[in-house]
Each structure stands twice: as structure tokens, then as C-alpha cells.
Design a protein around this ligand. Structure first.
Ligand code: DX5
Ligand code: ZN
Length: 224
């Protein structure tokens, strides 16, 4: 199943509930929440209180993408706030195995994220532990950046590794997904598409969600 996860990074933070309702009405089945600490990435966004507020206004699963150092220190707070999925960067974790176990232990779905410069082979030993692998198709820190096409090779490699290992994780992509890039992501094997600017940047978030999902569905018919 192909899912769209609108990233609230590009939403109107004073009207988050309305924005999330709009994308749910448009067919979004996840809400992507970007957490940045000003250390791991050169930007600061939100923390557990905003996740707790979102939890009260939507039943959609909250897909929390931690772009922070020392994620172990904050995982319990994000789970308590209502995070359903938590993904951590391979580059931010000294003990990635331990961190993924911690997420599972606290009752959230663990995911691992890799930056554009990080090879998929670095995930070989943890693929059986995660529910999703998030491939960054921009360098993390900001919305509205240009899609890096080489990310699609990483998606294809991950799909091959999944088959070889008989693993079950889903493949998610994040960064620069829009009406021009979404179809090639789906054809490469992406199952969960994060989109911020393309959903909330301009126009109506509900209609933008519908349009992106329609393009994604059409692209599934062209998968090779
Ligand atoms: C970037 C974030 C993304 C971002 C994507 O660091 O992880 O989730 O919101 O934004 P767009 O879709 O605008 O590239
Ligand atoms: Zn993200």
C-alpha cells in the first residue's frame, strides 16, 4: 500500500489542527513530524509538547523523524507524547541497535534514516529490526529543497536487500517529493512518501494531497 505522509514542517504552525485535518480529508494516512535540535541539523523545530497537542486532534499515526543528537534521551518523552513511529538517523546513533531496541521497548515502531551520503550497506545488520527505512533525498534540515536523484538507486538497493534477508520493513523517502518526482519514487519501490512543501507550500493542502496520491497510484501501475 502506498501512503502519503505530509510533513508539518511546511504547515502553518498556528493552524496545525486545521492543516492536519485538511490532509486527512485529502487521503493522507500518516503525519510526518520533523524534530530538529540545532546540533545534528542546522535548524530547530519542535519537541514533545507539539506532538502531544497533535495527538489530541488526529487519529492518524504520527511518524516522528528525529534529527537530533542523543536520541535515546528523548525517545520516552516522544512516545509518551503520542508518537506511533519513531525514526532515528544512523549518523546520530553510536549504538544504533540499542536505540532501535529502545524504541520498540517503549511501544513505538522503530525506523532508521540515512542521509544522502550514507550508503545503504551501513544498515545491513539492523534491517530485520526496523519497521521502516527512511531514505533522505535531500540533506536534512529544511523543507523545500531539490530532490537528489541518486536516492532512487538506494531505494532499489534496499528493496533487493529486503528480499535477500526476507525482511519486512517498508521503504520511505523524504525530501523534494513533489508532482515532478513522486512517480519515479514509486516506480523505484518507495511505499511511503513524505512531502512538505508540495502539500503545504501553496494552494490547498487537501487538494495537493489528493493530487500527489493520484500520481502515486498511477505510478504503481508502471512499476517494473
Ligand atoms: C527535511 C525534513 C523533511 C522535510 C521535507 O529535513 O526531514 O521531512 O519536511 O520537506 P520537502 O517535502 O519540502 O522537501
Ligand atoms: Zn522528515
Amino acid at each position: 500500500m502506498i501512503e502519503l505522509a505530509p510533513s508539518i514542517l511546511s504547515a502553518d504552525f498556528a493552524r496545525l489542527a486545521d492543516n492536519v485535518q485538511a490532509v486527512a480529508d485529502g487521503g493522507a494516512t500518516l503525519v510526518h513530524v520533523d524534530v530538529m535540535d540545532g546540533h545534528f541539523v542546522p535548524n530547530i523545530t519542535i519537541g514533545p509538547p507539539v506532538v502531544a497537542s497533535l495527538r489530541k486532534v488526529t487519529r492518524l499515526p504520527l511518524d516522528v523523524h528525529l534529527m537530533i543528537e542523543n536520541p535515546d534521551e528523548f525517545i520516552p518523552a516522544f512516545v509518551d507524547a503520542g508518537a506511533d513511529w519513531i525514526s532515528v538517523h544512523q549518523e546520530a546513533c553510536k549504538h544504533l541497535h540499542r536505540t532501535l531496541e529502545l524504541i520498540r521497548h517503549h511501544g513505538a515502531n522503530p525506523g532508521v534514516v540515512i542521509n544522502p551520503a550514507t550508503p545503504v550497506q551501513t544498515l545491513g545488520e539492523v534491517l530485520e529490526m526496523v519497521d521502516h527505512v527512511l531514505v533522505m533525498s535531500v540533506d536534512p534540515g529544511f523543507g523545500g529543497q531539490k530532490f537528489i536523484p541518486a536516492s532512487l538507486d538506494k531505494v532499489r538497493k534496499l528493496a533487493t536487500m529486503r528480499t535477500a534477508k526476507r525482511a519486512n520493513f517498508r521503504i520511505e523517502i523524504d525530501g523534494g517529493v513533489d508532482v515532478d518526482t513522486i512517480a519515479e519514487c514509486v516506480r523505484a519501490g518507495v511505499e511511503i512518501l513524505v512531502a512538505g512543501n508540495a502539500v503545504f507550500g501553496q494552494g490547498d493542502p487537501r487538494e495537493n494531497t489528493q493530487r500527489l496520491l493520484k500520481l502515486a497510484a498511477e505510478a504503481t501501475l508502471q512499476r517494473v
